[in-house]
Design a protein around this ligand. Structure first.
Ligand code: MG
Length: 455
């Protein structure tokens, strides 16, 4: 049997292959045990396997005596936010995020409403391996309480941190691609509340994803066309669980999801807020430029939302996120949240009296190449050492997560994926040729098969 992928991003697999109920139930039982039978919030995205995953989670939680707050179809950040609102012991989001439809996963939240820390995750794995699960006697089995107010409560928090009147005053026209995920449930009330008129693609939460659901530029062609045909000021695309946000500018050109967190940070700094920024090692260096422009610190962490959120807490950060379109603004929620990103970007457009292309032009342009190397059976740590040695003479080497070689105006980062059995290689430079040449050099050093875009 193929093994599920287990990381700080949860336990995920392909239905019928690496996702089988007996294996996934162990993690639910372990989580319920760590929650000591306390209340747990459960919600998730629209993929077809959601029913199986939900019943399985409920059975495990009930058996341990956990009261279940079933919040239904909701964005992943809404689960975390409701854990805090309800004072629950934990939360579970049933979603494989941007993975294709055959995947699903459980993502676990601690009582603080954030994903489990590395230490909490280790405790979860230990309990899952031990099989020493909490069992409730029959009178104390958990019960399910359904609630339908989660998205409204999430939006209250978003509306509280932006100038809704200023945004509404501009009467923006917006195009949105919800990829038939839970964005279809949060984007309409969000945009209505901000006084925007919106046209939508893919809002059927009972239908399958119409395309590869990752909001990468190559998947946003239709959104670009809708932006142009409807004369929209901006286009927004979210992944199936609506934590990641990508944009298309008013000319129909994808902005690139790397730039979402940069534009959101710029929006906050521009309105006078100050504090450190936190992103992961692979996020665009446009973040360094913005931090420098406003004289604030920028911290970089290993990949994974849990690492970013941990560092944000330690540094009392203003804002942070990841270059995959994840914006984290702790005043709303300590996790990536597309709704917050939409509100901040629209506010920046309203304040600056600009459309999206002009807003985007305010941050420096770099070209990032993201590719995967097939390295089956190879020692990834040894590959990283070889890459570090090869670049050490002329670059600063960072080894917090894989290996990153940083030059004054470009960088390349190689690391084992936490969600797929590959090594990811990202490079960023002022031009595509320069970024590709960094990837090529890593390819020569590791002798691993890979593809380069645009060449
Ligand atoms: Mg996601």
């Amino acid at each position: 049997m193929a093994r599920p992928m287990i990381s700080v991003a949860g336990i995920r697999g392909i239905v019928g292959e690496s996702l089988v109920p007996e294996e996934f139930l162990r993690y639910i039982l372990a989580f319920a045990t760590l929650c000591e039978g306390g209340p747990v919030v459960v919600g998730g995205d629209t993929r077809l396997s959601r029913h199986m995953m939900r019943h399985l989670a409920f059975a495990g939680l009930e058996s341990a005596g956990c009261e279940i707050h079933d919040i239904g179809l909701v964005p992943t950040p809404t689960v975390g936010l409701m854990v805090r609102e309800l004072g629950a012991r934990g939360g579970i989001a049933i979603t494989a995020s941007h993975n294709p439809a055959q995947w699903n996963a459980y993502k676990f939240f601690g009582p603080d409403g954030s994903f489990l820390s590395a230490a909490q995750n280790r405790a979860l794995l230990d309990v899952a391996a031990s099989g020493a699960f909490r069992r409730a006697p029959y009178r104390e089995l958990g019960r399910v309480k359904s609630r339908n107010d989660a998205i409204a409560r999430h939006l209250e928090k978003v509306f509280a941190v932006v100038d809704t009147a200023a945004i509404a005053g501009r009467k923006f026209r917006v195009a949105v691609d919800c990829v038939n995920g839970v964005g279809a449930l949060i984007m309409p009330p969000l945009l209505e509340g901000l006084g925007c008129t919106a046209e939508y693609l893919y809002t059927d939460t009972e239908a399958e994803f119409p395309r590869n659901p990752e909001p990468l530029p190559e998947n946003l062609t239709e959104l670009g066309e809708l932006v142009r045909s409807s004369g929209a000021d901006i286009g927004f695309a979210v992944d199936p669980d609506a934590d990641r946000l990508a944009m298309v500018d008013n000319t129909g050109r994808p902005v690139g999801e790397e730039r979402t967190v940069v534009l959101a940070s710029l929006a906050l700094l521009d309105r006078g807020e100050r504090g450190p920024l936190v992103v992961n090692l692979s996020t665009t260096r446009a973040m360094d430029d913005v931090a420098e422009r406003f004289g604030v610190e920028l911290h970089r962490t290993p990949i994974g939302e849990a690492h970013v959120v941990g560092k944000m807490r330690d540094t009392r950060a203003l804002c942070g996120g990841e270059g995959n379109g994840g914006v984290i603004y702790p005043r709303v929620h300590s996790g990536r949240d597309a709704a917050t990103g939409v509100a901040l970007v629209l506010e920046a457009m309203a304040r600056g009296q600009v459309r999206s292309a002009e807003l985007n032009a305010r941050i420096p342009d770099y070209v990032m190449v993201k590719t995967k190397f097939g390295v089956e059976g190879q020692d990834v740590a040894a590959l990283c050492r070889r890459v570090a040695d090869a670049f050490a003479a002329d670059a600063r080497i960072v080894t917090d997560d894989g290996v990153k070689a940083v030059f004054p105006d470009r960088w390349v980062h190689l690391r084992a994926s936490g969600t797929e059995p590959v090594v990811r290689v990202f490079a960023e430079a002022p031009s595509l040729e320069a970024a590709n040449s960094l990837v090529k050099r890593v390819g020569e050093i590791t002798a691993a098969p890979h593809e380069l875009p645009g060449s």
